[in-house]
Design a protein around this ligand. Structure first.
Ligand SMILES: Cc1cc2nc3c(=O)[nH]c(=O)nc-3n(C[C@H](O)[C@H](O)[C@H](O)COP(=O)(O)OP(=O)(O)OC[C@H]3O[C@@H](n4cnc5c(N)ncnc54)[C@H](O)[C@@H]3O)c2cc1C
Length: 449
C-alpha cells in the first residue's frame, strides 16, 4: 500500500507507512497520536519530501472527498480536504465559477493546495490560493477541532496556509471561487528571442491578461540563449462551461529503465516546439485543460525520467535582480550539462498572502526540472540555491527534496514562528531535514552557553 504514497519527483523513497484518514482522526481525537508520528498526504503532487514522513505514517486524505455546500450566488464552496481541484472545477463550472488560483495540475487536493499555498499563472492578479480561503477546520493532537479564519483562531489560520501539513489535519475548508464568463481561454503566444525581450514583454502581458507564463528553451546557448514563448490569456466571453474530471487518455504504462527526457530528446522537442523566430500568433480560443493543465494529458509522465526520478528547482528573486540572476541560473545548468525539460519563468505580483510562510513574493520565479543523476545533479542544485540566495531570493520547499537547512532558513526567515505552532504529532521529512537541523544546532549552542 505504501508504494502508492510517493511524491511526484520519485527521487525520494515512498512512505514507509500509510494510514486511513479515519484512523488518524480517531488517534488525534483520543489524544493518542505520538510525537512526529503523522503527516497528511493529499495526492502526492509535491515533488520531494515535504509530503513524506519516514519516521511515522502518512495519512491518506483522499477518502475525505465530499463537496458539502456550494453557493451558486456567491461562489463560496465548502468541501472535505481530500476533494481534488478537478472535482471542484467540474462541480462549479456549470454555474460560471472557477477556482481563483489553480496550479499546473488539477489533480491536487483542497488540503494540499492550502497547505502549500499554491500559486498559478495569475499571481499578479489574484495572489495565492490562500488569499481565497474563507475558513477551514483543523484537527490537532490535543483532540480539538479548531475552526480557523481571519477572525477565528487567526494564528492557526495563518500558520496552516502554507504550513506544509505541520499544524494538524485540515478536515474541510470553505473557499471563494471566481466568476468567469466561460472556462475557455483566449490565448496568445508570443515568441521572444532572449530574456531581455521577455522582461520587456512580461509586465505589459501581466497588465493586459488574467494569466501569463513563459516557457524557456533552456538547452539553447549562444545567441539563442534565453529564447522562449510567452503564453497569455483571459477567460473567453463565449465558450464552454463543461468540465471533465478525467486525466488524459495517454499514459506511461511502465517505468522505463532510463531517462527518456534526455538531452537529444530535449533538443529535438525544443526545435519542434517553434522556439524559432516568429511573430506572435493571433489570439485563439482553447480549452481550460490545455491552457492550465497540459501535463495532465499524459498520466504518470514523471516515469519518463526513469527509475531515479527527477528534481525540480523553483526559485524566486526580486524583480531588480532577475535580469542578471535568471541568465546566471540558466548558464549554470548549461555548464553542468544538465537539460531541463520544463523551464518556466513567471512574474509574481505583490498581493500578500495571509500565510505565515508562503513561497511567492514580488519578483520573478524560475522553475527547472532535472533528471536525477545523483551527485552531479545535487551539485548543480546546490549551485542554483547559492545563486538564488545570493540574490536575496528563496527556494521553494514543496518542490524540494534536498535543500540544506541554511538555504531553507535564508529563504524563510519566519520559519521559527511556524515551528512554534507546529503540532508536535506532525512531522515531515523536509521539516526534520531543514528546520529540525537548525533547531537541534540552536539547542546545542544554547546548551553550550
Ligand atoms: C505537473 C505539476 C504542476 C504543478 N504546478 C504548480 C504550480 O503551478 N504552482 C504551485 O504552487 N504548485 C504546483 N505544483 C505543486 C502542487 O500544486 C503542490 O505540491 C500541491 O500542494 C500538491 O497537492 P497534493 O494534494 O498533491 O498534496 P501533497 O503533495 O500530498 O501534500 C502537500 C502538502 O500538503 C499537506 N497536506 C495535504 N493534505 C492536507 C490536509 N488535509 N491537512 C493538512 N495538510 C495537508 C501535506 O502534508 C504536504 O505538506 C505542481 C505539481 C505538479 C505535479
Amino acid at each position: 500500500m505504501a508504494d502508492r504514497f510517493r511524491s511526484f519527483g520519485l527521487a525520494t523513497p515512498p512512505a514507509a507507512r500509510a494510514i486511513h484518514a479515519d484512523d488518524a482522526i480517531a488517534l488525534l481525537k483520543g489524544g493518542q497520536a505520538k510525537e512526529g508520528s503523522l503527516l497528511a498526504y493529499g495526492n502526492g503532487r509535491s515533488y520531494g519530501d515535504s509530503c513524506q514522513n519516514q519516521a511515522g505514517a502518512v495519512v491518506d486524505m483522499r477518502t475525505l472527498n465530499r463537496i458539502r455546500v456550494f453557493n451558486a450566488e456567491t461562489g463560496v464552496l465548502e468541501a472535505d480536504a481530500g476533494v481534488l481541484l478537478s472535482d471542484i472545477i467540474a462541480h462549479a463550472a456549470p454555474y460560471g465559477f472557477f477556482p481563483a488560483v489553480v496550479p499546473g495540475t488539477q489533480f491536487v487536493t483542497l488540503g494540499g493546495a492550502i497547505a502549500n499555498d499554491v500559486h498559478g499563472k495569475n499571481h499578479h492578479r489574484r495572489g495565492t490560493f490562500g488569499c481565497h480561503v474563507e475558513s477551514f477546520t483543523l484537527l490537532r493532537s490535543d483532540g480539538k477541532t479548531y475552526r480557523c479564519s481571519a477572525t477565528d483562531n487567526p494564528r492557526l489560520f495563518a500558520a496552516t496556509i502554507g504550513g506544509m501539513g505541520l499544524t494538524g489535519l485540515i478536515l474541510s475548508a470553505s473557499i471563494r471561487l471566481m466568476r468567469v464568463p466561460s472556462l475557455d481561454i483566449v490565448e496568445t503566444t508570443t515568441p521572444f528571442r532572449d530574456l531581455g525581450e521577455f522582461f520587456d514583454l512580461a509586465e505589459a502581458a501581466d497588465q493586459a491578461n488574467e494569466y501569463a507564463v513563459a516557457w524557456i528553451d533552456q538547452i539553447a546557448g549562444g545567441r539563442n540563449s534565453g529564447r522562449g514563448l510567452l503564453f497569455a490569456g483571459n477567460h473567453a466571453e463565449h465558450g464552454s462551461h463543461a468540465a471533465s474530471r478525467a486525466g488524459g487518455s495517454l499514459a506511461v504504462p511502465f517505468q522505463p529503465p532510463f531517462n527518456v527526457l534526455n538531452r537529444p530528446f530535449l533538443t529535438a522537442f525544443n526545435a519542434a516546439y517553434r522556439w524559432k523566430k516568429g511573430r506572435a500568433t493571433a489570439p485563439r480560443q482553447t480549452s481550460y485543460r490545455s491552457f492550465f493543465f497540459p501535463l495532465d494529458g499524459m498520466r504518470d509522465w514523471n516515469r519518463l525520467y526513469g527509475p531515479k526520478g527527477l528534481f525540480q528547482h523553483q526559485s524566486v528573486m526580486p524583480e531588480e535582480a532577475a535580469r542578471t540572476v535568471v541568465p546566471e541560473l540558466l548558464a549554470a545548468a548549461r555548464r553542468a550539462g544538465q537539460g531541463s525539460f520544463l523551464t518556466v519563468l513567471k512574474r509574481f505580483g505583490s498581493i500578500r498572502s495571509p500565510a505565515l510562510l508562503s513561497f511567492p513574493r514580488p519578483g520573478c520565479t524560475l522553475t527547472l526540472d532535472f533528471p536525477n543523476k545523483g551527485a552531479a545533479t545535487h551539485a548543480l542544485l546546490g549551485e542554483l540555491d547559492r545563486i538564488t540566495i545570493g540574490a536575496g531570493g528563496a527556494v521553494n520547499p514543496y518542490k524540494d527534496a534536498r535543500m540544506s537547512a541554511a538555504t531553507f532558513a535564508a529563504s524563510f526567515a519566519g520559519w521559527p514562528r511556524l515551528e512554534a505552532l507546529r503540532d508536535p504529532a506532525f512531522m515531515s521529512d523536509f521539516w526534520a531535514r531543514t528546520a529540525g537541523g537548525i533547531d537541534l544546532r540552536r539547542r546545542g549552542a544554547e546548551a553550550a552557553e
